[in-house]
Design a protein around this ligand. Structure first.
Ligand code: COA
Length: 260
């Protein structure tokens, strides 16, 4: 499949998606959101792909936000539709994939860019990264889940301050607040993400998918996370991965998982 605004490379069961609009600091226009939706859907269905790394092209930005030039003249209805469709196609979509997605935040992650990084399963930042939700400075609020996911990740008080001051965090501040898991020199960012991905590759893809589902259930309205966990735990007992994992342990050898 050909994409206009993203690049995809695949190596050792790890797919790397690079958002590729460097002259616009990788700002998310609707066409890029559509490309990302199609790519994530396809990669998640591919049993060979066990981890996805998401990054931005160039050394300056992961994603500098939703494309302001596209929505500057929108009406109430168009604005509402923009947020709803974006959440459905990309932000909620990524969060609920069974394949783990790591955000490699290689520079500015602002507005929709930070919201996209927060929709990923966890985040690793380069030392030059800057993160913020500056939407109120444009007369709007975060619309791709930022008002929900930022408090989940860094706590309500910090999220409230960050959103209503339109402030930016440095990579080190983001690490201190728990927004990113690691900070590494920019030149080492993708190698570091690949090293973490390699650790994930050793584990059961089936169990990883269920763990993501159970963890996410804690943050979903009307879901009981403990019940989701019980059901997902039980299902694992019917899989080849469970048989293989436990047998390999008892036979003192490395497990070879198939994700089934
Ligand atoms: N939407 C559309 N275009 C964007 C963009 C966005 N969110 N962010 C950057 N760009 C474009 C700029 O318009 C500029 O395009 P041009 O060269 O055709 O004029 C290009 O990307 C480079 O950006 P520029 O502002 O010149 O770079 P800078 O180094 O001076 O500043 C930022 C970098 C990130 C601080 C600045 O681009 C910025 O504030 N961007 C908007 C951030 C934002 O508010 N995001 C939330 C959107 S809801």
């Amino acid at each position: 499949m050909n994409y206009e605004n993203i690049l995809i490379t695949i190596e050792n069961n790890i797919a790397t998606i690079t958002i590729n609009r460097p002259t616009k600091l990788n700002a998310l226009n609707v066409a890029t959101i559509n490309d990302l939706h199609k790519a994530f859907k396809k990669l998640d269905k591919n049993i060979e792909i066990q981890v996805i790394i998401l990054t931005g092209s160039g050394e300056k930005a992961f994603v500098a936000g939703a494309d302001i030039s596209e929505f500057a003249h929108y009406s109430i209805e168009e604005g509402t539709k923009l947020a709803a469709e974006g959440q459905e196609k990309l932000f909620d979509f990524v969060e609920n994939l069974k394949t783990p997605v790591i955000a490699a935040v290689n520079g500015f992650a602002l507005g929709g860019g930070l919201e996209l990084a927060m929709a990923c399963h966890f985040r690793i930042a380069s030392d030059n990264a800057k993160m913020g939700l500056p939407e109120v400075s444009l007369g709007v609020i975060p619309g791709y889940g930022g008002t929900q996911r930022l408090p989940q990740l860094i706590g309500k008080g910090r999220a409230m301050e960050m959103i209503i001051t339109a402030g930016m965090l440095t990579a080190d501040d983001a690490y201190r607040t728990g927004l990113v898991n690691h900070v590494v020199p920019q030149a080492e960012l993708l190698t570091f993400c690949n090293d973490i991905a390699s650790k994930i590759l050793k584990n059961s893809p089936y169990a990883i998918g269920k763990a993501i589902k159970a963890i996410n259930a804690n943050f979903k309205e009307g879901k009981n996370g403990y019940e989701t966990e019980i059901k997902a735990f039980g299902k694992c007992f019917g899989t080849q991965d469970f048989k293989e994992g436990t047998t390999a342990f008892l036979e003192k050898r490395k497990a070879v998982f198939t994700g089934k």
